[in-house]
Design a binder for this molecule. Structure first.
Ligand code: IPE
Ligand code: IPE
Ligand code: MG
Length: 238
């Protein structure tokens, strides 16, 4: 493996933000921004394949986003369904496994059905993974992990003294997925908004003012180039 290849992140996580502002700037309804945002997601998924990024986790809907106006929430849910249908062919073509993190049970039944179907149909692919964070909140994920661990202690299967950071990590939604190496947030907001709090402990952060619907392959390539120039020390001195 060349030096350059070695510097390609294995796992990129993205907070896809700025769809509403993108639409507003054009005098269009917010949903139009979300539709164009879905096209960015398609483009970035392809870019991951081309650049050799194995895992892409995207924040598509947070556990806090349910407070948005009803028509925006239902618009996003139906867009998600359309996205899954339209994307399925390409997932197969590129052997991408679709997975999700979050509260699946909160989603409308039709969306759950579509998700389950596409996840099952792509479950055997081992090359790339697209992980959708849907009705996802990191504090909730960690709380669930604590609850499960407490149950194991209560049942006498686990000694509290034996609980390590690995124990916590093993009880998160997708314990087999390595932590993100790079976290990208579009639209310039310098915050995490309850995304992957545990998993990003040592991720490199990249915030760009570009709004998500404008974030395409060239912008992604720039983020990867920036990552390649970083020096990750993990607490060491060199
Ligand atoms: C991100 O764009 C998409 C979702 C949260 C679903 P926003 O809808 O948050 O766009 P802004 O932040 O209002 O511009
Ligand atoms: C984060 O964006 C969630 C998603 C991108 C799905 P928000 O727009 O909801 O975040 P805040 O409210 O600005 O922190
Ligand atoms: Mg936003």
């Amino acid at each position: 493996m060349s030096e350059e290849q070695a510097k390609v992140p294995q796992h990129v996580a993205v907070i896809m933000d700025g769809n509403g502002r993108w639409a507003k700037a054009r005098g269009w309804p917010r949903l139009k921004g979300h539709q164009e945002g879905a096209n960015s997601l398609r483009a970035i998924l392809r870019a991951c394949r081309d650049h050799g990024v194995k895992y892409l986790t995207v924040y598509a809907f947070s556990s806090e986003n349910w407070v948005r106006p009803k028509d925006e929430v239902s618009g996003l849910m139906s867009l998600l369904k359309t996205f899954l249908r339209k994307q399925e062919f390409e997932l197969h073509e590129n052997q991408v496994r679709l997975r999700m993190i979050g509260r699946m049970e909160d989603l409308p039944a039709a969306v759950q059905k579509e998700l389950q179907r596409v996840m099952a149909a792509t479950a055997h692919y081992t090359g790339h993974q697209l992980i959708l964070a849907l009705s996802y909140g990191s504090r909730e994920e960690i709380t669930n992990a604590c609850r499960q661990i407490a149950r194991e202690v209560q049942a006498g299967r686990l000694d509290p003294e034996k609980i390590t950071p690995q124990t916590i990590a093993q009880h998160l939604y997708l314990p087999d997925v390595p932590d993100p190496d790079l976290l990208i947030r579009t639209s310039g907001e310098m915050r995490i908004s309850n995304f992957l709090l545990w998993q990003i402990s040592y991720a490199e952060l990249y915030v760009t003012p570009v709004l998500w619907p404008d974030f395409r392959e060239p912008q992604f390539a720039e983020a990867l180039a920036d990552f390649a120039r970083r020096h990750r020390r993990f607490g060491d001195i060199q």
